[in-house]
Ligand binder design. Structure first.
Ligand SMILES: C[S@@+](CC[C@H](N)C(=O)[O-])C[C@H]1O[C@@H](n2cnc3c(N)ncnc32)[C@H](O)[C@@H]1O
Length: 297
């Protein structure tokens, strides 16, 4: 189940691996704990954690099923290396598989797993296709748990998209930033607007009902759903943008072909825009997270 050519997202997560837990995982301890509780894992069970990342929550599940097995699947070698190291340090056994989650789930034998967990990876795979396939892999009584950002997550970012779309300001700033001719700037600006003018390139679900419905297509009945908002605070717009990039939050294949000079421009533009949300405590960012637990009878 080897990975073919490295993809943009894979390379991006290789880079993110070292800082990931500090920048992301610690903010989502609550929803992860709730998902793990909802999975009601038992000793001796076999679990797959799709897109397991650095393995923080994979290992929590490994503790609960020991002497069972947790298989962590991820396409980033960097993230898997961190998971491997963490498992060794904690003296816990994890089976780690370098593969695309889609391929792993498509090839897993029917009824071979007691639980499947998929946390914060729906932006990177075709979830409308993958979620219905999970049911087939579960034994009777098996459970699936999905945790995801929703499209309403970070409304501050969506608000900036809307604002920039209506205003001539970004085109003018791009002209000043790139020192290119007016014609070339306009072409670049139009290309950027086509790709990022609406946050439609973000493909996460709108709500937990969409996740539950897709799991349902695979024969799984919804047991629990919830949505929660987690507010993060930053000291500056620059910090917000650095966090969005370094935590992996804005990882997306479409960014692969953005030239460095344009990327610097986008970072500047959004960092300045974020300042407009400043409150006495700093700049807020609201993560909107949805969780779903479903099961096979
Ligand atoms: C935001 S992180 C989530 C990691 C972990 N599940 C967590 O919640 O801490 C996304 C992870 O998905 C992995 N990933 C993205 N697309 C994938 C795919 N198609 N197959 C396997 N792993 C994937 C990335 O390498 C990264 O480790």
């Amino acid at each position: 189940m080897a990975i073919r050519l490295p993809e943009y997202g894979q390379i991006a997560y290789d880079r993110v691996a070292d800082a990931y837990d500090d920048l992301w995982s610690r903010h989502v301890v609550g929803p992860n704990a709730r998902l793990t509780r909802g999975l009601a894992l038992r000793h001796g069970e076999r679990v797959a954690d799709l897109a397991c990342g650095t393995g923080l929550y994979t290992l929590e599940m490994a503790r609960l099923v020991t002497p069972g097995e947790v298989v962590g699947v991820d396409y980033s070698e960097g993230m898997l290396a961190t998971a491997r190291e963490r498992a060794e340090q904690e003296g816990l056994s994890l089976s780690l598989v370098h593969a695309r989650a889609e391929e792993f789930i498509a090839k897993a034998p029917a009824r071979s797993l007691d639980a499947v967990s998929l946390r914060f990876a729906l932006a990177y795979l075709d979830w409308r296709d993958v979620l219905p396939r999970i049911g087939r892999t579960l034994r009777p009584g098996g459970r699936a748990g999905v945790l995801t950002s929703l499209t309403s997550s970070i409304p501050q970012l969506a608000e900036l998209y809307r604002r920039f779309r209506k205003s001539p300001e970004p085109a003018w700033k791009l002209f000043q930033h790139t020192h290119r001719s007016l014609g070339e700037t306009w072409r670049l600006y139009r290309k950027l607007r086509e790709s990022y003018g609406e946050p439609r390139f973000i493909t996460v679900p709108d709500d937990v009902a969409q996740v539950a419905a897709r799991l349902g297509q695979g024969g799984l009945a919804t047991r629990e759903t919830w949505t929660e908002t987690i507010r993060l605070w930053f000291d500056s717009g620059d910090e917000v943008v650095a966090w969005m990039v370094d935590s992996g939050y804005v990882t997306h294949d479409s960014l692969e072909h953005v030239e460095p000079v344009t990327m610097r421009f986008l970072k500047r533009l959004f960092a300045e825009g974020m300042e407009s949300f400043r409150q006495p405590r700093g700049i807020p960012l609201d993560l909107v997270v949805g969780g779903v637990i479903a099961g096979r009878d």
